[in-house]
Design a protein around this ligand. Structure first.
Ligand code: SF4
Length: 469
């Protein structure tokens, strides 16, 4: 009898071309690039090498696109440097015949939002993305990992990558979330529990009754932040939710090919008796809405909690880390998280810029009016159209939120959407690192519902207060 394998091991084994000195050359099925790919193309040019499989590469204008003025096309990009990067992406993709979802494409959007939306990301694939949060695609049962410029150059030249096989880790999420607890709260609670290095050199498989009941978009939010726990990705076994999500999408197989794909996908879930290198269990029913207080996603606590006291840290390193985080965030040890004033709210990104996220935020936005600037930036043009069709854009506008154009925007601030030093942002993004949203800016990560509540009160707020109304 064959040895039982985990989902990840099945994907790995089916993609290995050769093994050498502890590493393996693995086939890459899908490569996803953005404006920052110009380095890779320059290296290819210097080596006089073409792109090996342009049909398996997709490019996205997302990191550097403006979130307003898009009706003017490239002329709406005020910064000459950013305009040049977009032009380079167009030029490089055109000369290598790579499909580009450019500035005015009907499917323009973030490279982790558009491929699942169009059915490109499928179970069993290896997806290499030019961004750390490529792990988002793992929600569909793919092994998806972020790559730096030199690794991506290798992928473009060969459609393969040299990788060290990571360990396997199962995170069992069981129990029904209580009111106000969203997928974002679940993943923040996971990272707070295991730490920012808690899954180093492992691939996380999320399992358990909570995961089985999550929608595909909710699974994407959970998988998206796997890298914030140090993981080499996060994935969820494909099931009926996955198949229903993919069926009929533009890039999904059809007819006999669909039946063939389905039969293969059903062989992928982890075999009974397969062993993981590590296992963690979390009772989701015990979780509360979460918010970060520091400068790592690991610095998260229930919104009803307090900023920690460095003196209570278990060792000198943690004490220093906590001290530094509190100083940067301008918080005193023991300060209540509820009521911390915010200057700005950002709802969007590849973590929380999908339609379900905007529905969740709009539910809260309907109950009041923003008292601080609050931006809603859809993850893709498709999400934007759908939100407008459902009347969500009108809900946001009526509540005083700014309805913007799709892209990464204030997640990384590469496009110039940044705040001023010392300003505090309630944000649905995935990183609260120092300076991520502008030099000296203080970021508090939270769910879309919590961010909308913060917009209405101007303070960190327990969204459950809005549910009583
Ligand atoms: S939204 Fe943020 S994390 Fe996601 S792809 Fe864009 S910059 Fe990267």
């Amino acid at each position: 009898m064959n040895q039982p394998l985990t989902l990840f091991e099945k994907i790995w084994t089916s993609h290995v071309i050769l093994e050498e000195e502890g590493e393996a050359l693995v086939r890459v099925d899908l490569a996803l690039i953005h404006e920052g790919s110009f380095h890779a193309f320059r290296v290819l040019d210097e080596a006089k090498r073409p792109v090996a499989r342009p049909m398996q590469v997709y490019a996205f204008a997302d990191h550097y696109v403006p979130s307003t003025g898009r009706d003017r096309g490239a002329a709406g990009v005020a910064d000459a440097g950013l305009r040049e990067m977009l032009a380079l992406l167009e030029k490089n993709t055109a000369r290598f015949d790579i499909k580009l979802f450019g500035l005015n494409d009907e499917h323009q959007g973030i490279l982790h939002v558009v491929p699942p939306e169009l059915g490109m990301t499928q179970p069993g694939l290896i997806v290499a993305g030019q961004d750390s949060h490529s792990c988002t695609h793992g929600a569909l049962g793919a092994w998806a990992l972020g790559m730096g410029a030199s690794e991506m150059t290798h992928v473009l030249a060969t459609q393969a990558a040299w990788l060290r096989k990571p360990g396997t880790m199962r995170i069992a999420l069981d129990g029904a979330p209580t009111a106000g607890v969203t997928p974002k709260d679940i993943i923040l609670a996971v990272i707070a529990k295991i730490g920012a290095a808690g899954a180093n050199e492992h691939v996380i498989e999320y399992a358990g009754s909570t995961v089985a009941a999550l929608s595909m978009e909710a699974r994407m939010t959970v998988c998206n932040m796997s890298v914030e726990a140090g993981a080499r990705s996060g994935l969820v076994a494909p099931d009926d939710t996955t198949y229903a999500y993919l069926e009929g999408k533009q890039y999904a197989p059809r007819g006999a090919a669909w039946q063939e794909a389905l039969a293969y996908w059903k062989t992928l879930p982890t075999d009974p008796g397969a062993r993981y290198d590590r296992e963690v269990k979390i009772d989701v029913a015990q979780l509360s809405p979460m918010v970060t207080w520091g400068i790592s996603p690991e610095h998260a606590a229930p919104v009803t909690g307090t900023a920690p006291d460095p003196d209570a840290a278990p060792d000198a390193n943690k004490r220093a880390e906590t001290q530094t985080a509190l100083e940067y965030m301008g918080l005193a040890p023991g300060a209540s998280l509820l009521g911390i004033p915010v200057d700005h709210v950002f709802i969007g990104s590849c973590t929380n810029g999908r339609i379900e996220d905007l529905r969740e935020a709009a539910e809260v936005a309907r109950r009041g009016r923003a008292v601080v600037p609050a931006w809603v930036v859809p993850g893709s043009a498709g999400v934007k159209r759908q939100a407008e069709k459902e009347g969500l854009a009108d809900v946001f506008r009526k509540a005083g939120f700014e309805w913007r154009d799709p892209g990464c925007s204030m997640c990384s601030a590469y496009n110039g959407d940044e705040l001023q030093p010392g300003q505090r942002c309630a944000s649905t993004t995935n990183r609260n690192f120092r300076g991520r949203q502008g030099r000296g800016v203080r970021t508090h990560l939270m769910s879309p519902a919590m961010a909308a509540a913060a917009a209405i009160t101007g303070r960190l707020t327990d969204v459950r207060e809005f549910m009583k109304a």
